[in-house]
Design a protein around this ligand. Structure first.
Ligand SMILES: [Zn+2]
Ligand SMILES: [Zn+2]
Length: 231
């Protein structure tokens, strides 16, 4: 606990924001009396998340909302289990809802489909571009999946970027092309993200980026058409 603020589950990144690392990052975000969990990891029983809350002596029941950046199982694998545990409603973008609740099969590369089990979860709140979830703004950034969203906290210039932009070796990049629903759209979405004033970028994969986010995005935007699109 610092400066009278409540403890957060996960590694403290900035005040009120905890990172729960794993194959994918989940984040906790606390402001006022609300605690949100952004993405739920691969594991069906959400072990890394459960452990992070235990370690911080924070009750999982304090989670008031579960926000999904997109429908891939590494981001929503623990959602159904966490719903049972926390009763916190699950939100995701309209275009990814049928993949999260199991009405449509998740379009994954063949290897993933053979080896990875999905764990459908009911979506209580359908998000659209421009919606607000408490202090967070929902920005549709499709391309990695049809309903990929990023969550932006304008006053504190924090961006939860999901897989719309990820970190690798100190730089920003897009996830592997094989997972994208539309690489064209994924590249276009980078401009939407660049238009935001971001100081702290919290990606779905890799480590948080707290320096030169703008210039790193510019670099990615310059490279992306050559690196990701065959023209
Ligand atoms: Zn993904
Ligand atoms: Zn991912």
């Amino acid at each position: 606990m610092t400066g009278g603020r409540s403890a957060v589950a996960g590694e403290l990144v900035v005040d009120g924001v905890g990172r729960i690392p794993g194959f994918v990052n989940s984040y906790t975000f606390s402001e006022g009396s609300e605690t949100y969990l952004i993405d739920t990891g691969f594991a069906r029983r959400a072990k890394p998340i459960v452990r992070a809350f235990e370690t911080a002596s924070v009750s999982l029941a304090s989670v008031s909302k579960v926000l999904l950046t997109h429908h891939h199982v590494d981001h929503m694998g623990g959602a159904a289990y966490l719903l049972e545990t926390t009763r916190a409603p699950i939100s995701c973008h309209r275009d990814d809802v049928p993949f999260v609740d199991g009405r449509s099969k998740s379009p994954m590369p063949l290897l993933m489909r053979l080896f990875v089990r999905t764990h459908p979860a009911p979506v209580a709140v359908t998000l659209n571009d421009g919606d607000r979830v408490g202090p967070l703004q929902v920005i549709h950034a499709p391309g990695h999946t049809p309903g990929e969203v990023v969550f932006y906290h304008a006053p504190r210039r924090i961006l939860f970027s999901g897989d719309a932009v990820v970190e690798r070796k100190g730089g920003l990049t897009l996830p592997a092309a094989g997972y994208a629903s539309s690489l064209d759209q994924a590249v276009q979405s980078l401009s939407r993200i660049r238009a935001l004033d971001v100081e702290t970028l919290l990606p779905g994969h890799g480590v948080p980026v707290t320096k030169d986010v703008g210039s790193r995005l510019d670099d990615l935007i310059r490279r992306a058409p050559h690196d990701f699109l065959r023209r």
